[in-house]
Design a protein around this ligand. Structure first.
Ligand SMILES: Nc1nc2c(c(=O)[nH]1)N[C@H]1C(S)=C(S)[C@@H](COP(=O)(O)OP(=O)(O)OC[C@H]3O[C@@H](n4cnc5c(=O)[nH]c(N)nc54)[C@H](O)[C@@H]3O)O[C@H]1N2
Ligand SMILES: Nc1nc2c(c(=O)[nH]1)N[C@H]1C(S)=C(S)[C@@H](COP(=O)(O)OP(=O)(O)OC[C@H]3O[C@@H](n4cnc5c(=O)[nH]c(N)nc54)[C@H](O)[C@@H]3O)O[C@H]1N2
Ligand code: SF4
Ligand SMILES: [Mo]
Length: 688
């Protein structure tokens, strides 16, 4: 058992922790505590990946934790759903009533109970341990946690074999870096620091992004392609590598599967064809191919922005194939990195205990389609109607696509909804009970990362605020109320921290310094050895062929492609605003002041054609809904594409809407992921 944190009430001291947010950087934190209060949160200089630096958002974490609007007691709804009217109740009353309601539903069919969670915290304890045990034991419906990364994840798994790739630190030694579908300055700041070092050492940086992001404007070159056309670009790069023979024939022969058919396909993609599809100058594609084919070492920082359209997984397959054509993997500063999360030896069975299902196999609901699914009646194919929803680590009313449907679902009077939260979010407004959860400064946790390969430990720096309890504690309490007596429901948060990696990670080292590097080879595929079924980099995937899918990476056009609708001629993407983290931090005045107001970036030509001036209030709309925000003619949008920066709280935006009024529940080619950036709209001025 770990030493219990007893913050010395009088003294000033520092506590080592980990940033809990859904961000590739997973920074090591140092929290300064004075008189039991967190007064400052800083980056731990001892942790190389963090380098003592945090982003602007988490630098405000003390402000967030001690925010006047923190939920500090259980709350019970008193007004109509969505009205946000609640009254404080005791834990005893809240837990007793919730357990009784869940037990009543479970007696008929536990699958009518739906957990809904994502990565509000990425902690393994507060995100995927006692909660899963609870729902497994109950036999509740399972949740496909698809809202972010499954398309790209599947793309990687079907090419490289797992969510693995280059070690991020070696990008510093690359001579060419493609920053592909990533606004690193906004969402992967610590990678950007490494890229800057490479730049100082002479590397060329190329950004591939439909938006002229903060990152794009600081790279040597920006390919401002249409959203969802990356696979076409990657295939054209392959075309040029082939016709100019910038290939590593030895690497192709020894470490790849399906080169012949891929070669044939790529030869159908001359740069002229891709230029047409991507909306890029053909010369720019030729030059990129030349640079990629002739520069050593060449590295690709691919990120999830590339996989939020219909063909997202195929785009990732195509891009992840490139380093095997040139043999870039031979060098530790060559290859591709989308995610490193597959490197972490997490013992998920120990944490989540799927054995508690005891032979039952409940249905799985896709979190992307929660809008439609909440409105579905019982049927043989769907199963029971969803009668209860338990939401934690997520704010679906703000972040899930097609909000109008999501709101209709959450507004159902016959739906019993429990929300574990720090704040009264858009989702919490629809709860029957809101339960106060601890923040990262108040609980134990242990972390993996998806942008580096160090395990981090989070110690609580301060006591739980008000009556807040950790997620794990809340599910432990609910389990007790439901009469679940298995010993695993007694495991403490500290015990769960240890179970996450068992003896695969040195826990004493974690206790001592707060982080522990995994031992991962510097150049993981220098000599092949991909974790695919064939051990090769699989251009051709037999597993995909067996499912009747295209076994080769291909260009899959957007659901809402160019010319599909005269009424909605503009493509819209909705990448994150830099000072918010998805919908987290939107309620922090200091950060909201930096972002100003909800924006739609639009190209001056598209604005002029509609009589829209910079700063004007506009209505953005399609058949799904209508969103009011301000036009920004700031040079970041390309013609034909508008950027609706996300993800504002609906109640803090204009007319109680946000950009997800417009996005659809359509899914990606693989991984059943969302297609937030595959969306067509029209824009018109709105009289204020
Ligand atoms: N500040 C901040 N940081 C964050 C987040 C945040 O909300 N705010 N969110 C976190 C989370 S959950 C995630 S998943 C990551 C997301 O971070 P990333 O993985 O980087 O993904 P996005 O921010 O969605 O998009 C990155 C870039 O891709 C561009 N893009 C959009 N469509 C396309 C396309 O079709 N092709 C190409 N090539 N580019 C495209 C966008 O314009 C954007 O500049 O960041 C994490 N970090
Ligand atoms: N239009 C559009 N929509 C998007 C995106 C986009 O780019 N454009 N990005 C998508 C992506 S990539 C993602 S990952 C999703 C993210 O969507 P979500 O996972 O819902 O992320 P957040 O909006 O950050 O909400 C997380 C919530 O968890 C709460 N929370 C944090 N820690 C804890 C804790 O310890 N306990 C409890 N109980 N609660 C906690 C926070 O207060 C916050 O309200 O959004 C998606 N939605
Ligand atoms: S950069 Fe990412 S990991 Fe680091 S503090 Fe900010 S949100 Fe957390
Ligand atoms: Mo995400």
């Amino acid at each position: 058992m770990l030493p219990t944190p007893v913050p010395d009430a009088s003294a000033t001291h520092q506590v080592r922790g980990a940033c809990p947010h859904d961000c590739p950087d997973t920074c090591a934190l140092l929290t300064t505590v004075e008189n039991g209060r967190a007064v400052r949160v800083q980056g731990n200089p001892a942790h190389a990946q963090t380098g003592g630096v945090l982003c602007a958002k988490v630098s405000k974490y003390a402000e967030r934790t001690h925010h006047a609007e923190r939920i500090l007691t259980p709350l019970k709804r008193t007004g109509p759903k969505g009205s946000g009217q609640f009254t404080p109740v005791s834990w005893d009353e809240a837990l007793g009533d919730i357990a009784a309601r869940l037990a009543h539903i479970a007696a008929r069919d536990p699958q009518a109970i739906q957990p809904y969670s994502y990565a509000g915290t990425m902690g393994l304890v507060q995100g995927e341990s006692m909660d899963r045990r609870f729902f497994h034991r109950l036999g509740a419906s399972l949740l496909a946690r698809t809202i972010c990364a499954t398309a790209g994840g599947e793309g990687l798994v079907h090419t490289l074999g797992a969510k693995v790739g280059m070690k991020v630190e070696f990008f510093a030694e690359a001579q060419l870096i493609l920053i592909w579908g990533s606004n690193s300055i906004g969402s992967n700041l610590h990678f950007w620091r490494i890229a800057q070092q490479a730049k100082r050492d002479g590397a060329r940086l190329v950004c591939i992004d439909p938006r002229k992001s903060e990152t794009a404007e600081k790279c040597h070159e920006h390919l401002q392609l249409r959203p969802g056309t990356d696979a076409a670009l990657a295939l054209a790069l392959m075309h040029e590598l082939i016709v100019h023979d910038w290939l590593d024939h030895d690497y192709l022969a020894r470490h790849t599967l399906g080169w012949e058919p891929l070669r044939e396909r790529a030869l159908q993609w001359p740069p002229e064809r891709a230029a047409e599809v991507c909306g890029l100058p053909v010369e720019q594609i030729r030059r990129l191919a030349h640079d990629y084919g002739t520069t050593r070492p060449a590295a690709i920082r691919l990120n999830y922005g590339v996989q939020r359209t219909h063909g997202g997984a195929n785009a990732v397959r195509a891009i992840a194939s490139l380093p095997a054509l040139t043999g870039a993997w031979r060098h530790r500063a060559g290859g591709v990195l989308l995610s490193s999360s597959g490197s972490f030896p997490v013992d998920r069975a120990a944490l989540q205990r799927p054995d508690l299902l005891a032979g039952r196999s409940p249905r799985t609901i896709n979190m992307v389609t929660i809008g439609d699914d909440l409105l579905r009646d019982a049927s043989p194919s769907f199963g029971p109607k969803i009668e209860a929803l338990v939401v934690y680590n997520s704010n679906p009313v703000a972040v899930a696509p097609d909000s109008r449907q999501v709101v209709r679902g959450f507004a159902r009077e016959d739906l019993f909804t429990v929300v574990l939260e720090h704040f009264q979010t858009d989702t919490a407004d629809y709860a029957d009970y809101i339960l106060p959860a601890t923040t990262q400064l108040e609980h134990w946790d242990v972390h993996l990362a998806y942008g580096h390969t160090d395990v981090l430990l989070n110690r609580p720096a301060i006591a739980p605020q008000g009556q807040a309890r950790s997620n794990a504690q809340i599910f432990r309490d609910l389990a007790a109320r439901m009469g679940f007596t298995e010993p695993c429901f007694a495991d403490s948060d500290e015990a769960l921290c240890r179970q996450a990696y068992g003896d695969r990670v040195d826990f004493d080292l974690l206790l001592e310094q707060g982080f522990a590097p995994l031992s991962v080879p510097d150049a993981p595929f220098a000599d092949g050895g991909f974790p695919t079924p064939s051990g090769q980099c699989e251009f051709y995937s037999q597993r995909l062929a067996d499912q009747g899918l295209d076994p080769l990476p291909g260009y899959v056009p957007n659901h809402e492609g160019a010319g599909t609708s005269a009424d909605y001629p503009l493509a819209m993407i909705s990448p994150p605003a830099r000072n918010f983290l998805n919908s987290t931090f939107v309620n922090l005045q200091s950060l909201r002041d930096i972002e100003g107001r909800p924006l739609l970036e639009i190209h001056p030509e598209d604005a002029a054609a509609r009589g829209i001036a910079d700063g004007a209030l506009v209505r953005v709309f399609n058949d799904r809904g209508s969103y009011a925000c301000h036009a920004a003619l700031n040079g970041r949008a390309r013609p034909g594409v508008v950027n609706g920066l996300g993800v504002w709280w609906r109640k803090l935006g204009h007319n109680g809407t946000n950009v997800n009024e417009l996005t659809s529940q359509a899914l990606t080619d693989l991984g059943a992921g969302p297609t937030f950036y595959d969306c067509r709209v029209q824009v018109e001025p709105l009289a204020s």
